[in-house]
Design a binder for this molecule. Structure first.
Ligand SMILES: [Zn+2]
Ligand SMILES: [Zn+2]
Length: 75
């Protein structure tokens, strides 16, 4: 997943009121996380497991790792 504004891949998935969204750590832009399969474009949900995000696509059959959140920059 990438930032739509600047194309950076330094993005993290966060959960908000309307589902997951992406925040760019470079330019602070936010955007909705795509709710479709990266492979076949079918509508598919995102599932979080720890820092890893999987796409469950019925058409493709198996969950696919699509994003891993970077380690939070704290302290
Ligand atoms: Zn950006
Ligand atoms: Zn698919």
């Amino acid at each position: 997943m990438k930032c739509e504004a600047g194309g950076e891949s330094d993005v993290e998935n966060l959960s908000g009121r309307y589902g997951y969204y992406l925040r760019c750590r470079a330019c602070n832009q936010t955007q909705n996380s795509p709710q479709k399969c990266e492979v076949c474009d079918a509508k598919a949900k995102l599932r979080k497991k720890g820092p890893c995000f999987y796409r469950d696509c019925e058409a493709c059959g198996s969950p696919r790792l699509v994003h891993t959140n970077p380690t939070p920059a704290e302290g």
